[in-house]
Design a protein around this ligand. Structure first.
Ligand code: PMP
Length: 444
């Protein structure tokens, strides 16, 4: 790391030389298979010629035109295409530069819409423990990862949290209708404890991301959540920063439930790593109400930048033309089965879960009793580093409410082929073997 640049820690990594498809190369020529699409970003892979051509064409006309000075054809077209991808009735798009900005946008839009409707007492956003919704203070307030919020607690309004449906840890069958009912009861109790008329919205990832390790909700949960929001007057907001763009097998994970949200938040795969890009897609009447009552008190300088829209259009073209939603389902199914094979070979893999190419596995000292590995082992860092040395990038977390555990996201680009899946699994197999040899003997 240079003397002038800093990130979260002093950790250093090799310099990037180039990236193409599902691979990246460092300055020493070592190749890495991008098994996490960066941080679940590079859905169409790196350096896709079509996206580069779209961006290059836009660069010849206008990279930036401030949205209060000019309309932009490419931005308008992109908004229209995104609205088509969203459920019926969600046709209004607000562009930003990333996930945290999009979360802030949704929160502020929800609040202004409720003010416009004459319900000023509604201001609390309920979300889940654990969850991750971003780095800005508003997003941290609704993020269910307590260590991220603690230093800033005096500066923020605490927002109510309710347990995520961690059915694997709770030993409940996700297909049993009683399982969803169990978690929905907890949510209803939490709503009643907060006084429902103070609640503005429920914010949820329709398939969990890094904080839960690709948690798929139990059957009927999302539909039940929609019903609870309707019963108590809360807006339902889907954070699809990680699930959007085709990753779970449909363009938005919202398409897989019989529960239509009032807003969808998108980022990561939306710009696909070609430009910083995020969006909120909202129910039309909410936006109309806000615009009819003095306007939306919100905006970012770089929002709705034509070059970012061109990158997003290019990525969306590729998702459609290469049928990457179907491919996420197909390749995701193959990869899921291969991860299950690894679980049979390595009993310390306690669980394999996810949807499409949003997959994860969880390491345990004992998968049967769900005993987690000791914190001091730092398994979530160690296995990632071993894989990195072997030329495989994976993404991990050890943050969970109550029970701390280590889980690993396996989320390669949606363009990954069957042969590349074999390569990924072979590298992971090798890394798990080395990890077990080096570190698990003393735990056993
Ligand atoms: N929401 C979710 C579900 C996310 O996974 C993330 C990023 N990991 C964010 C919001 C924040 O996005 P960004 O880092 O682009 O600000």
């Amino acid at each position: 790391m240079s003397d002038h640049l800093f990130y979260q820690t002093r950790q250093t990594r090799p310099f990037i030389e180039r990236a193409e498809g599902i691979y990246l190369w460092d300055a020493a020529g070592q190749r890495y298979l991008d098994g996490a699409s960066g941080a679940m970003v590079s859905n169409v892979g790196h350096s896709h010629p079509h996206v580069l051509a779209r961006m290059s064409a836009q660069m010849q006309s206008a990279t930036f035109a401030y949205r209060l000075h000019f309309q932009s054809d490419i931005v308008e077209q992109f908004a229209a295409r995104l609205a088509k991808k969203a459920p019926k009735g969600l046709d209004k798009v607000f562009f930003v530069s990333g996930g945290s900005e999009a979360v802030e946008t949704a929160i502020k839009l929800a609040r202004q819409a409720t003010l416009a409707r004459g319900e000023p007492e509604r201001f609390k956003i309920m979300s889940r423990l654990p969850s991750y919704h971003g780095s800005t203070l508003g997003a941290v307030a609704v993020t269910g990862t307590p260590p991220f919020a603690e230093p800033f607690a005096p500066m923020m309004q605490a927002m109510p949290k309710v347990r995520a449906p961690l059915h694997y840890l709770d030993g409940l069958d996700p297909e049993d209708p009683g399982t969803a009912a169990h978690y929905l009861k907890e949510i209803e109790e939490a709503i009643l404890a907060e006084s429902p008329e103070s609640l503005l919205a429920f914010l949820v990832e329709p398939v969990g991301g890094a904080s839960t390790g690709a948690l798929v909700p139990p059957k009927g949960y999302m539909e039940g959540l929609r019903a609870l929001c309707d019963k108590y007057g809360l807006l339902l907001i889907y954070d699809e920063v990680m699930t959007g763009g085709g990753r779970t097998g449909t363009y938005f994970a919202a398409d897989q439930y019989d529960a239509v949200p009032d807003m969808i938040i998108s980022a990561k795969g939306l710009g696909g790593g070609y430009m910083p890009l995020g969006a909120v897609i909202s129910r039309n009447d909410l936006v109309d109400d806000v615009l009819d009552h003095g306007g939306f008190l919100h905006g970012f300088t770089n929002a709705a930048m034509p070059l970012a829209a061109a990158a997003g259009m290019g990525v969306l073209d590729v998702v459609e033309e290469e049928q990457l939603c179907d491919r996420a389902t197909r390749i995701g199914g193959v990869l899921f089965d291969r991860l299950r094979d690894l679980q049979s070979a390595y009993p310390f893999i306690g669980d394999v879960r996810g949807k499409g190419l949003l997959l994860a596995f969880e390491l345990m000292a004992d998968g049967q009793s769900k005993q987690v590995l000791p914190k001091e082992l730092n398994a979530h860092v160690k296995l990632v580093n071993i894989a990195y040395e072997n030329g495989l990038i994976i993404y991990s977390r050890r943050t969970r409410n109550g029970t701390e555990g280590d889980h690993f996201m396996i989320c390669p680009p949606l363009i990954t082929t069957a042969a590349q899946t074999d390569e990924l699994v072979a590298l992971l197999d090798k890394s798990l073997g080395q990890f077990a040899d080096l570190y698990l003997k003393e735990v056993a």
